[in-house]
Design a protein around this ligand. Structure first.
Ligand code: NDP
Length: 240
């Protein structure tokens, strides 16, 4: 059965790989994005997956965007909260805006998207929500109090919402990726990145498709008994 799936930030990086993996498994996928129209257009031309633009940090925009998807494509059964940003800096130099913006998009986006779609999943008795957290939300990271707090919040949000969905066939899980070869990691200065890779037991960055395949499993019928979990996909960099 073709389930309608929204992947936020689904037009590039890890999100693009997730959009493709879900499409390959027969889902009816919609990719959301923030503002990079050029990348979104190229993505749709390449994949045939429609791209819808809205800011996941904007509550009303999420309600409107998800309502539009439901009307134009069908009721939303699967949501991947993947959209995320970084605004790094040590605390004594970090602005309040950098704190707020990361919380608004990375954590607020999960709440906004769940508010827009979870009630319908609950009513229909089936749903999948996968929230993309981070190794840095599990372990912390120098210069990322905003990002680590938002991602750590995602892991708590996941466990709480999983309890609300369990009786209604709605599973809620998280993935905590390690360092994955995307635009976000390309922004890390090369000497810093070298040091990071040296600490990954597998000896390399991860590939976006490695996150996507884990995500596709969590969205499948086979994962019906998996809820409130965090799947760490990090090359052995952080184990607990
Ligand atoms: P990218 O920076 O490559 O892509 C980010 C995507 O999110 C883009 O599609 C972007 O849209 C979209 N986006 C950003 N802000 C918003 C917004 N406000 N509303 C809607 N969409 C938005 O990121 P990655 O693929 O590297 O990361 C994906 C997720 O994985 C993030 O949550 C990130 O924190 C997490 N992660 C990544 C790791 C990595 O090593 N790369 C490690 C651990 C976690 P647009 O193209 O329009 O800008």
């Amino acid at each position: 059965m073709a389930r309608v799936a929204i992947v936020t930030g689904g037009t590039r990086g890890i999100g693009e790989a997730i959009s493709l993996a879900l499409k390959d498994r027969g889902h009816n996928v919609v990719a959301n994005y923030a503002g990079n129209d050029e990348k979104a257009k190229a993505f749709t031309e390449r994949t045939g997956i429609p791209a819808y633009r809205w800011d996941v940090g904007d509550h009303e925009a999420c309600l409107d965007g998800c309502a539009r998807v439901a009307e134009e494509i069908g009721p939303v059964d699967v949501v991947i909260n993947n959209a995320g940003i970084t605004r790094d800096g040590v605390l004594h130099k970090m602005s309040f805006d950098d704190w707020n913006e990361v919380m608004r998009i990375n954590l607020g986006g999960c709440f906004n998207m769940a508010k827009a779609t979870f009630p319908g999943m609950r009513e229909r008795g089936w749903g999948r929500i996968v929230n993309i957290g981070s190794i840095n939300g599990q372990a912390g990271q120098y210069g990322q109090v905003n990002y680590a707090a938002a991602k750590s919040g995602i892991h708590g949000f996941t466990k709480a919402l999983a309890q609300e969905g369990a009786k209604y066939g709605v599973t809620v899980n998280a993935i905590a990726p390690g360092y994955i070869d995307t635009d976000m990691v390309a922004a890390v200065p090369p000497p810093v990145l070298e040091k990071i890779v040296a600490k990954i037991p597998v000896g390399r960055l991860g590939h976006a498709y490695e996150i996507a395949r884990g995500c596709a499993f969590l969205c499948s019928e086979n994962a019906a008994f998996v809820t409130g979990s965090t799947l760490s996909i990090n090359g052995g960099q952080h184990m607990y």
